[in-house]
Design a binder for this molecule. Structure first.
Ligand code: DQA
Length: 143
C-alpha cells in the first residue's frame, strides 16, 4: 500500500524556522525516517511539500488514484482552507492530520482546523515524531 505525506507552506524551512516551536529536524530527515519506517510496516511512503494551496489540492486529487492513505500537515492552510477540506472529502481512504506543535496551546487563530472535519485522527504537539506515530496508526487503519 502507498501513503502520501503532504506538507503545506513553510515546512520546507523545517529545522531553520522557529526551531523552538517546530524543532530541529528537517523535512528531508523526516522523509528518510518515514520511508524507513514504511519499509518496516510494509508501506510505500512518498513525501511532498508545497507552499501553494492549489498545488496541495492537486496533490490530494492525484492521491485519489495513487495513494491508499494521506498523512497531511496543511500548516497555515489548516486554519483557512475550505479548498483543501473539499479535496480531502473527495478522497476515499484514511486521512491523518499532523501538526508538529500543539496548535491548541498557541494563538486562538490556530485552534480551529478545517481539515479536522475530514481527519480520521489528529496528532499535534509530538514534533517530528508525530509523522511516525501517524504512519504507525495508518498501518493499523489499513490492516
Ligand atoms: C503547523 C501549525 C500551524 O498553525 C502553522 O501555521 C504551521 C505548522 C504545525 O505543524 O505545528 O505552519 O501545522
Amino acid at each position: 500500500k502507498t501513503i502520501h505525506i503532504l506538507n503545506g507552506p513553510n515546512l520546507n524551512l523545517l529545522g531553520k524556522r522557529q526551531p523552538e516551536i517546530y524543532g530541529h529536524d528537517t523535512l528531508d530527515s523526516i522523509a528518510a525516517t518515514c520511508k524507513a519506517l514504511g519499509q518496516e510496516l510494509g508501506l510505500d511512503v512518498a513525501l511532498f511539500q508545497s507552499n501553494h494551496e492549489g498545488t496541495i489540492v492537486d496533490q490530494i486529487q492525484t492521491a485519489r488514484a495513487t495513494a491508499d492513505g494521506i498523512i497531511l500537515n496543511p500548516a497555515a492552510y489548516t486554519h483557512s482552507s475550505v479548498a483543501i477540506l473539499d479535496a480531502l472529502l473527495a478522497f476515499d481512504g484514511p486521512v491523518i492530520e499532523v501538526h508538529l506543535s500543539n496548535i491548541h496551546k498557541r494563538e486562538t487563530f490556530r485552534h480551529h482546523s478545517y481539515v479536522s472535519r475530514r481527519a480520521d485522527a489528529v496528532i499535534a504537539g509530538c514534533g517530528a515524531q508525530g509523522y511516525s506515530l501517524a504512519l504507525r496508526h495508518m498501518a493499523t487503519l489499513l490492516d
